[in-house]
Design a protein around this ligand. Structure first.
Ligand SMILES: NC(=O)c1ccc[n+]([C@@H]2O[C@H](COP(=O)([O-])OP(=O)(O)OC[C@H]3O[C@@H](n4cnc5c(N)ncnc54)[C@H](OP(=O)(O)O)[C@@H]3O)[C@@H](O)[C@H]2O)c1
Length: 324
């Protein structure tokens, strides 16, 4: 028996290098399970990996897809949990854009029945990153002045809702006026337009406690210069494609400079901490605090249409794959 899976043999634009092929349904070895995937997410981190940005640590051929949910259909020797039939998030390894994913049982996070497939599929990458940056790294407190770049992104809106929960109304940046409807209903100090001529001077230097930057380049640098001595910069994305200046930590003396990579946290954390994090995220998902807008869902056979939708400027939310 075989089933469809995705793979790349070279790095490049996903529309050009991602191929579908039929692979035998995997057999689990000791300590492994096979997960029949149901919904998987196409995230910026997948596209960046496929582009070759991490080619030094990604071996080819490579089966992409870091986030998704499915049901355990087979357990190898020694696996007592999760049992066959358990809805899980198989995290920690790629291969989620495939009908079946072979994965270590210890990397399967069980999912409560109360979550829809779309909620379960999007419970990991952005919610975990948003929660950990605010509560594990920055330890946000009421009264802090916080700035979020790319505030209308899916993770940007999660960060805003989490901050609103502790009484903080952040400053956010967007590129375009057309992004404003996505910020409706969120409590904000102000919205700054990064394309505006006065953007560089919109915030007073020394007025910001915490900057969460996913843009990098000139935008990230301009915002970083507004941090207070004793302030905190968490850099977690490169949407502009441009890095922050390598000597930025020297330019910003007295500021804590931190690069946040979810993969690093996940692979260093105790399994009990990871499970506790997911129980917190499930509650926040059910309350809508870390939910994602779902733009569209494509069959795996239509994955190239999904990539086109990712690049569509009218896209509003996550693009998912239906593997069922
Ligand atoms: N480090 C980690 O572990 C980690 C984990 C999760 C996410 N991330 C990062 O977080 C970022 C957002 O992820 P997401 O899933 O929320 O993505 P998303 O919803 O697809 O992001 C769309 C947003 O990105 C903004 N954007 C796109 N290109 C841009 C550019 N060139 N300059 C400035 N803004 C741009 C758009 O802003 P406008 O509305 O202004 O057009 C739009 O709001 C990504 O860089 C991702 O890699 C990192």
């Amino acid at each position: 028996m075989s089933a469809a899976a995705s793979i790349i043999h070279q790095f490049g634009h996903p529309g050009e290098v991602v191929e579908l092929f039929e692979q035998p349904i995997p057999e689990p070895g000791a300590g492994e399970v096979v997960v029949q995937m149901q919904r998987s997410v196409i995230n910026p981190s997948d596209l960046i990996t496929i582009s070759g940005a991490y080619r030094s640590r990604i071996a080819l051929p490579f089966q992409p897809g870091y986030e998704g949910t499915g049901v355990v259909v087979a357990c190898g020797d020694g696996v007592t949990y999760p049992a066959v039939g358990t809805q899980v998030l198989p995290i920690g390894l790629p291969g989620s854009w495939s009908t079946y994913k072979l994965t270590p049982a210890q990397w399967c996070i069980p999912v409560s029945e109360g979550l829809s497939l779309e909620q379960a599929a999007t419970l990991y990458v952005n919610p975990a990153t948003a929660w950990l940056m605010l509560h594990d790294r920055a330890r946000v407190q009421p009264g802090m002045r916080v700035v979020i770049s790319a505030g209308a992104s899916e993770i940007g809106r999660m960060l805003i809702r989490l901050l609103n929960q502790v009484g903080i109304e952040p400053v956010v940046t967007v590129r375009r006026r057309s992004s404003l409807p996505r910020l409706q209903g969120l409590a904000l100090e102000t919205v700054l337009f990064t394309e505006a001529p006065d953007f560089d001077h919109a915030l007073q230097p020394g007025s910001v406690d915490l900057l969460l930057d996913a843009v990098g380049g000139e935008v990230g640098m301009a915002l970083a210069r507004c941090l207070k001595p004793g302030g905190h910069l968490i850099h977690y994305g490169l949407l502009s494609g441009q890095p922050l200046a390598a000597d930025l930590p020297l330019q910003l003396s007295g500021v804590t400079f931190e690069l946040f990579v979810l993969r690093h946290w996940i692979h260093q954390a105790e399994k009990s901490s990871i499970h506790a994090l997911f129980r917190t995220l499930e509650s926040l998902m059910l309350a809508g605090t870390v939910s994602s807008n779902i733009d569209s869902v494509f069959q795996l056979a239509d994955i190239h249409k999904a990539f086109k939708r990712i690049d569509d400027p009218d896209r509003d939310g996550k693009v998912l794959l239906d593997l069922m």
